[in-house]
Each structure stands twice: as C-alpha cells, then as structure tokens.
Design a protein around this ligand. Sequence first.
Ligand code: TRP
Length: 363
Amino acid sequence: MTSDTHVTASGNEMSASFLAAQERSEKTMAKLVENPSKFTMLTGDRPTGRLHLGHYFGSIKERVAMQNRGVNTNIIIADYQVITDRDTTEHIADNVLNLVLDYLAAGIDPEKTMIFTHSAIAAENQLMLPFLSLVTEAELHRNPTVKAEMEASGHTLTGLLLTYPVHQACDILFCKANVVPIGKDNLPHIEITRTIARRFNERYAKKNPVFPEPAAILSDTPEIPGLDGRKMSKSYGNSIMLGATAEETTKLIKKSPTDSERRITFDPVNRPQVSALITTASLVTGRKPEDIATEIGDSGAGALKAYVIESVNTFLAPHRERRAELAKDMDSIRDILRDGNKRATAIAEETLNQVREAMGMMY
Ligand code: TRP
C-alpha cells in the first residue's frame, strides 16, 4: 500500500467511525429522554484552570439537564490527567476546588451528582492493570488525540500520556457508566473504552458480563469561538470565565479585536471576529445571530460590544452571585468532594471485586 492510500483509507475509517458514534449518540439520547433512570452518566474535566463560557454551553449545561432528568450522574475531576503532559501540580488543589464551585453555581446538586477526583479512588486506579493487558501498544500509538497532545506539549511521549485513554476507561467503567458526554477530541478514548469493556467481558466474563459498552454523547452546541474568532483557549486570553467579575468581563470584551467595516453582519467565514462577538451574544440571549447583527447594523462595533457586555454580564450575574456565596465556605466545598470520594471509593471497590472474581483472583 502506498502512503497516500493509507492516509485516505485511515481518513475514511475515521469518518465512518465518527458517523457511527454520532448515530449512536443520537439513538442513545432518544432512549435516555424516555427512560432516564436506566442511564449512568460519567464525564469529567482536567483541573488545569477555570471554566469558561465555552465549557458552560458545550458541557456543563448538558450535565445539569441530565442530572435534573433523573439520570445517575457522575463527574470526575481528572487530576492525574493533568500530569500527562505537564511537569507540575502547582495550583492543582485550587483548580479542583474552583471546578467544584463552578459546577455547583451552574446547578450541579451534590446530592444527586457524585463529584470526585482520580487521586482519591485507589480501587479505580487499580483497574488500570487488567485494562492495560487488553490493549496493544499499536492501538495506543494510533490514538490521534494523544498524538496531537504530544505534539502540542513539545515533550517526548510519557508512559502516562500514551496510556491515559486506558485510565479514562477506568474512570468510565468503574461506575459502569453507559453514557459519556464528551467533545469530538475525546471520541478515540470512548472507542478504546468500548474495546476494553468488550474484551474484558469476552475474556473473563462471558456468562455474566461485568462492563457495559458506553456510548459517547456528542454535544449539539457548535464549538463556541473565543472573542477574537480563534478557538477559545486560556493561552489566547480570549475566553469569558464563568467566575470572572463583571468588570473583568467588560474589559476583555472591550479590547477584543474587530475589523474596519462599520456595518455589522454575521459572517463567520469572512468576519470571524465580529461574528464571534455576535455568537457569544446569541448564546447568552437565545436570539438568532442574524437578528442581533441586523439590529446593530450601522451602529458599528462599539454598539455591538456594548450589547455583548450587557448580555453576557446579565446572563452570568446569577452564576457569579451563587459562586461568590459558595466561596465564603470553602470547608463545605471540601466536604462535598470528600463525600464524593468516599462514595466513589465504595463503588470502585465493588467493581474491582467483581473484576477479581471474574478473573479468578479471589483468594
Ligand atoms: N479527557 C477529558 C478532557 O480532556 C477529561 C476526562 C477524564 C473525561 N476522564 C474522563 C471525560 C472520563 C469523560 C469521561 O476533557
């Protein structure tokens, strides 16, 4: 095979598996809406910084909706995943606690949703050993997200970066989650999770399968651009943080770049910066981007920014108020996490026992 056909073949294969995942996502969501109590959701975040508006619309909102529908909901704060591509755990405790603050302020109810961290759940981490035996080195090296993360990190590939998708399978399977809301970039990790569940059941638990094959749930919110029209990223300084003050948000929006054309139009391809501002306002107001553009029209970028500032700050005001109130009592935030860790540990120990039983390792 020439290298060209190889690229084409693997490209096609990728998009076929993407389409299959998308179809599975839609079908699963339809079933979930009908019968939420049959579903266990697990998803999570890396505690590398604060959450922004993109996280809210792309994932947090959906988690709250699943929780309120009556799905068994679980959120993992993936602290071990932080060291896949960086050399320090500086600020990690602060980042973890701030994630919990944003979850709660956004409507996550710790009575309904279990919130916990990797590092506290020993039995979950132990699943890594049998799971690693179920995948090949070639499969691990083929993961496009791992490849991209290795390139972005500028480091050589560490053992943890290569194998963290298997660790993510531990996150998902220890609580037997069958739905996993994620972004597109995490799809390869769900694929490997499904493979691990299938191979474990085939090899050790044919009669009495231990693990479900979970479905990825893909968000239908389009990717939210940063204020400058590029991808939202902490390093670009183009994201609206949920926990920022109204003044900080005002400043950030004021200094965001636009173009020299006075008349405001919604044209993401040719006018990414102006359009990113309009998209932001559209999300927080629920209005159509075209309607906002028409309304501002010849009033220009200054008027558009004033509208974005006003609508974003109005939208975030209740979140920020709740967040500030919760932050007055950090001890109870720590208690919530401790309680989640305790509950997750009990579940992980039970699953680990089933695994050892299936493998004939109960002595
Ligand atoms: N990999 C996810 C991210 O980078 C975070 C994560 C860790 C996760 N464990 C998970 C997501 C389990 C879903 C399920 O955002």
